[in-house]
Design a protein around this ligand. Sequence first.
Ligand code: HEC
Ligand code: HEC
Ligand code: HEC
Ligand code: HEC
Length: 154
Amino acid sequence: MKFYVPPQIPRLALAFAIFITLFLVLRHFLVPDTFGKYGHYRAASLIDNAQPEIHYAGQQACFKCHQDIEDKKAQDVHSEIHCETCHGPGEKHVVSSKVEDILKPSGREFCGSCHIINAGKQKSAINQIDLNKHNVGKNCIECHNPHQPWEMKK
Ligand code: HEC
Ligand code: HEC
Ligand code: HEC
Ligand code: HEC
């Protein structure tokens, strides 16, 4: 008796063969090199995670070029606040010196982010003002120097 193979079986087998080959080829290119070296993860991710990109430079780095500002800040109530608390991560600017690489904060909301009335903060720890009453319509830095708040601008 002749063994009968229905015609769709070889076609199916061919389709499987193509899919499996395609899968193996794609897998070869898509799976990162170090995957599976230690376990079911990319071994190189250990190194990546151990070396996160540095974005903050630390304020000592700022003093090199802006000692004048540090001298002002050190004399007044903002002495404890580091440059990058207000200006954001400065690593890029430290390298480039470009103004577009550093944030220059402005606006009443910026100062308000620390000085807004907040029942959760003690007034003795940080002085709070009512943004709706304290010299409304003017920017804080028109009067207070941000680096030396009690050196009032005339
Ligand atoms: C290698 C020198 C150098 C270092 C280090 C440096 N700066 Fe600067 N910074 C400059 C120069 C140059 C300018 C441009 C001055 C100008 O054009 O008036 C500037 C301008 C600025 C400005 C003004 C930006 C603007 O929009 O006008 C800010 C804010 C600033 N720096 C903050 C910082 C902070 C914060 C740090 C530390 C994280 C820092 N700088 C470190 C050289 C430096
Ligand atoms: C309490 C927040 C705060 C801190 C802390 C702070 N700055 Fe500023 N800084 C500002 C604001 C707000 C301005 C914008 C002033 C303006 O537009 O007149 C500014 C402006 C500047 C400028 C532009 C030139 C100028 O004098 O207006 C430089 C440069 C600068 N800051 C550097 C520094 C450095 C360096 C430090 C740390 C020693 C520092 N800042 C700490 C808020 C701060
Ligand atoms: C990161 C938080 C922070 C930001 C942002 C900030 N300050 Fe302050 N400020 C402080 C702290 C902390 C003190 C010291 C504690 C105190 O006296 O309230 C202080 C003190 C002051 C004082 C003196 C208050 C007193 O009782 O003697 C003034 C005025 C002041 N800041 C104005 C400003 C202005 C204007 C801005 C925006 C340019 C600003 N601050 C942004 C944290 C901040
Ligand atoms: C027109 C000028 C002017 C502007 C604008 C201004 N201030 Fe003042 N600020 C003063 C003077 C003057 C005092 C001291 C007398 C008083 O408490 O009103 C003061 C006091 C303060 C104090 C201490 C409050 C206390 O009870 O001792 C803080 C904090 C303060 N200002 C933050 C800010 C912030 C934040 C802004 C922006 C939202 C701002 N100021 C805008 C002039 C100004």
